[in-house]
Design a protein around this ligand. Structure first.
Ligand code: NAD
Length: 494
């Protein structure tokens, strides 16, 4: 069944003034139309920002624990609707049901964590250097938050941004990715059902240029949280910098998994398969390079290829499937381009490297799990984010070379090492230049109450998740209370 979806602006569901809409189809079955969505532009952005700005006046004064209580209800409603959310998400972006259930659960965890932060949002007190004086600092909301999100985690990523923004007392203009507008709409419906006052959340559907850019440039948008590609992130950052907006960027990755000769190869194999081919490789934390110690290289490649060839690829709504399609034709095209680049660079194709064959794949954008060996660290295959089911294998002599190779890209999001040597594990924790390091686990997976984000060109130093995101969404107010009854001058000798 398909539905005509709308924007939600100033407390009302509405179409775009342009009168135009776009279709959203299932990447596993192009005959399956999920719905039509408004093609909005600057006009809707202006109205949404005005609505959020007006709602901010009252929302900032609602006690944070009460704001948190709404998020607790959001978690409850999401829990009740989890299966329905997961099914729509699989239909609109393709990843298999167990993963879309996980994506939804991450949103639920984020809601309950946000609810609990409503009762903390700690400030500081510190002693004054003067008598009869008290010093405190506390957090205040910033204003209107522009939230711009990608399609690969259509529920989890918006919740990482919207929930803390709201608990901190900000109001939101939300622009979801054009490939996943249905899941985003469900999230807004749930926020309203849970009792969020109208105006605190606004959703504007449309393209990056027609809706994303105007949000970035709007003078009344005070803070922007963006997750997406590095190219768009850089443009958005420079646009926002002209108005000195606060911006959080979560961008690309080229994550590496090291397997040492003392590692548990069976465990590492499960991690590599899940990390490389989960979500069809379309995760910012996807394992796109495995860096193998030379002593276990050949054996591990053999194990990996055998299992990768057997992965069940198909429509994610079928519970037995392990990998779904690429999100759209454009993304599959990128994968095909990189496979050709890999071949031209001299890497050896040992699995996949083609579209899935068979009539069951005709209506979708499927691509086989693909593995290249003989990859050297400077090849484009080993340097550039592909965002598809393509894994590069790099052989190294020892631990030091493994760390050097892992660190040798412009990105620094996630990383992992499989080793049973405690010294290697601790050196890896210290020396890997990434925001996330897993010991004996794959590069993917995040917990709502832990900071998430990357070093280097993966971002601009902020973190989503955990306590750090609450700092991002608040201004710090410092207050001095002088109860001495006389003029006291700091730093002036008396
Ligand atoms: P994208 O950059 O194409 O789009 C992201 C969002 O930005 C979409 O909503 C899009 O419509 C919007 N947008 C596009 N152009 C814009 C502009 N000029 N101004 C404002 N907004 C604009 O990314 P995508 O293809 O949706 O997602 C894949 C990318 O996201 C990958 O590079 C991946 O690594 C990254 N990602 C990063 C993380 C992380 O936490 N580091 C998590 C998930 C995805």
């Amino acid at each position: 069944m398909s539905r005509a979806y709308q924007n939600y602006i100033a407390g009302k569901w509405c179409d775009a003034e342009s009168g135009q809409s776009s279709e959203n189809r299932n990447p596993a079955d192009h005959d399956d139309l999920i719905g039509t969505f408004p093609k909005s532009d600057q006009r809707e952005v202006n109205r949404a920002v005005a609505s959020a700005k007006a709602a901010f006046k009252e929302w900032r004064l609602v006690p944070a624990p009460k704001r948190g209580d709404i998020l607790k209800t959001v978690g409850d409603v999401m829990t009740a609707r989890k299966e329905e959310i997961a099914k729509v998400m699989t239909r609109e972006m393709g990843k298999v049901l167990k993963e879309t259930r996980g994506d939804t659960q991450e949103g639920i965890d984020t809601a309950y964590y946000a609810a609990s932060e409503g009762r903390r949002l700690f400030g500081h007190t510190a002693p004054s250097e003067l008598p009869n004086k008290m010093n405190i600092s506390f957090r205040m909301p910033i204003g209107v938050a522009g939230v711009i999100t990608p399609w690969n985690f259509p529920m989890a990523i918006p919740t990482w941004k919207i929930f803390p923004a709201l608990v901190c007392g900000n109001t939101v203009v939300f622009k979801p990715a054009s490939d996943t507008p249905a899941t985003a709409t469900t999230l807004v419906e749930i926020l309203l059902e849970a009792g969020l006052p109208p105006g605190c959340i606004n959703i504007v559907h449309g393209s990056g240029s027609a809706v994303g850019t105007p949000i970035t440039q709007h003078p009344d948008v005070d803070v922007i949280s963006f997750t997406g590609s590095s190219d768009v992130g850089k443009t958005l950052y420079s646009n926002a910098a002209r108005q000195l907006k606060r911006v959080s960027l979560e961008l690309g990755g080229k994550n590496g998994m090291i397997v040492m000769d003392d590692g548990d190869l069976n465990l590492a194999l499960e991690g590599a398969l899940w990390g490389a081919f989960g979500t069809t490789g379309q995760r910012c934390t996807a394992t796109s390079r495995v860096i193998l110690h030379e002593k276990i290289h050949d054996k591990f490649v053999e194990m990996l290829v055998e299992r990768a060839r057997k992965l069940k690829v198909g429509n994610g709504l079928d519970e037995s499937m392990e990998m779904g399609p690429c999100v759209n034709e454009g993304q599959r095209g990128v994968v095909e381009e990189y496979v050709q680049i890999g071949k031209n660079e001299g890497a050896k194709l040992v699995a996949g490297g083609c579209r899935c064959a068979g009539s069951q794949y005709d209506k979708g954008t499927f691509y086989c799990p693909t593995i290249f060996t003989n990859v050297t660290p400077n090849m484009r295959l080993a340097q550039e984010e592909i965002f598809g089911p393509v894994l590069s294998v790099i052989k190294v002599r020892d631990f030091d070379e493994a760390i050097k190779v892992l660190n040798g890209t412009i990105y620094g999001l996630s990383s992992s090492i499989y080793t049973n040597d405690v010294t290697s594990a601790f050196r890896a924790m210290r020396d890997i230049e990434c925001g996330i390091t897993y010991i004996n686990g794959p590069t993917i997976g995040a917990e709502a109450h832990m900071p998430f984000g990357g070093f280097k060109q993966t971002g601009n130093g902020h973190r989503e998740g955990g306590w750090e995101v609450y700092e991002f969404y608040t201004e710090t107010k410092t207050v001095y209370v002088d109860f001495s009854g006389r003029l006291q001058k700091a730093q002036i000798d008396t």
